[in-house]
Design a protein around this ligand. Structure first.
Ligand code: CA
Length: 340
């Protein structure tokens, strides 16, 4: 098959990735529309570079309603100085910027779910163009890639950093070493329901050291989870040798992190009914196989028994549906197994 030649990305960075010092600018993506004929989407970006060395690419708000990454990275962008860096840090606090501005998971422009849009297209939708720019322009610059997720409006998680089981065991070891360095309360060997189109997959296929997280959720950030994000980002940059100086947090956190695994699809429980959810276990609590995780009450009339959802394996409740009403098909619980 002849190689497909892709058009150049329409995105123009206003920063120079090869210049030393701190630069704040934009990824400017032309977006012609009713209220701005020659308008653009302006995605904020910071580049901090000090000489040669590895590059870290840090992103938040890949999903627009997830806030720990955005807070930690907007904060980092205005506090990180070049003299603390050996190499380069590229910071994009709000990767799917239109979705972030709208406070929604997907883009209000094209309904694009950025984390299902990779590798993207230079001639596609706005969301596909963002994905393409990361795939062909930013990921190739990076050695270490960290994408900070949370649960968004509909899910809530125990705070964890995560990586995936990979075919390249050297790469997998690099990824899990970075997860350990992040030092979240939990560290996860993560199984994806649907890995096609994910940024994770694009980064991993380019051989990058890739770390992701799930830090809370519910469409907001909490003081505890924001602090975990801010500390974790600095821990991983320090681990990679990009952030110089003293270890930014106490080493105790890494020892305290509990390793979780998602050994099979049995981890996930999906609603088969719509209605009012009754949580029977809270996040972080231990469960045994067969324990009741949640009940769903029909809401059309009184006097009906709820349906019951039970754990299929031993572990802890690692994630739960956040809103009080659920629809058939919603993921209502994830049980992570505890590594001994
Ligand atoms: Ca997410």
């Amino acid at each position: 098959m002849a190689p497909v030649t892709l058009a150049p990305s329409p995105i123009t960075p206003t920063v120079d990735f090869d210049r030393d010092g701190v630069q704040h600018g934009f990824l400017r993506l032309p977006y012609s529309r009713d209220d701005s004929a020659w308008g653009s989407v302006m995605i904020p970006i910071t580049v901090v570079r000090n000489g040669s060395g590895p590059t870290a690419l840090l992103t938040g708000a890949n999903h627009g309603d997830e806030y720990e990454g955005a807070v930690a990275l907007f904060d980092l962008s205005q506090t990180l100085t070049a003299d603390r860096v050996a190499g380069r840090v590229i910071i994009v606090p709000a990767m799917n910027y239109p979705a972030f501005q709208a406070g929604t998971r997907t883009s209000p422009i094209d309904k694009g779910n950025l984390n299902r849009s990779f590798p993207g297209r230079p001639d596609g939708t706005v969301t596909q163009k963002i994905a393409d720019y990361f795939t062909r322009e930013l990921l190739p610059l990076a050695d270490l890639v960290m994408d900070i997720h949370s649960g968004g409006r509909t899910l809530d998680f125990v705070p964890f950093a995560a990586a995936h089981i990979l075919p390249d065991k050297d790469q997998e070891a690099r990824c899990f070493a970075a997860v350990a360095a992040f030092a979240a309360p939990y560290s996860m060997r993560m199984l994806e329901i649907d890995a096609v189109g994910m940024y994770d997959t694009a980064a991993e296929e380019q051989g990058k050291t890739f770390v992701t997280t799930e830090l809370g959720g519910g469409g907001t950030g909490r003081a505890e989870t924001i602090a975990i994000a801010k500390r974790g980002v600095r821990n991983v940059l320090h681990h990679a040798g990009i952030l110089t100086g003293d270890q930014p947090s106490d080493a105790q956190a890494a020892e305290a992190s509990r390793w979780l695994d998602m050994p099979s699809a049995d981890c996930f429980r999906f609603a088969e009914d719509s209605g009012l959810i009754e949580a029977c276990v809270d996040l972080g609590q231990p469960v045994r196989k067969g324990d009741l995780l949640a009940r769903i009450h029909p809401i059309g009339r009184t006097g009906l028994a709820p349906s019951e959802y039970r754990a299929a394996l031993d572990g802890i409740l690692a994630a739960r549906h956040f809103p009080g009403l659920v629809k058939a098909g919603d993921c209502i619980a994830v049980v992570g197994t505890v590594e001994s």
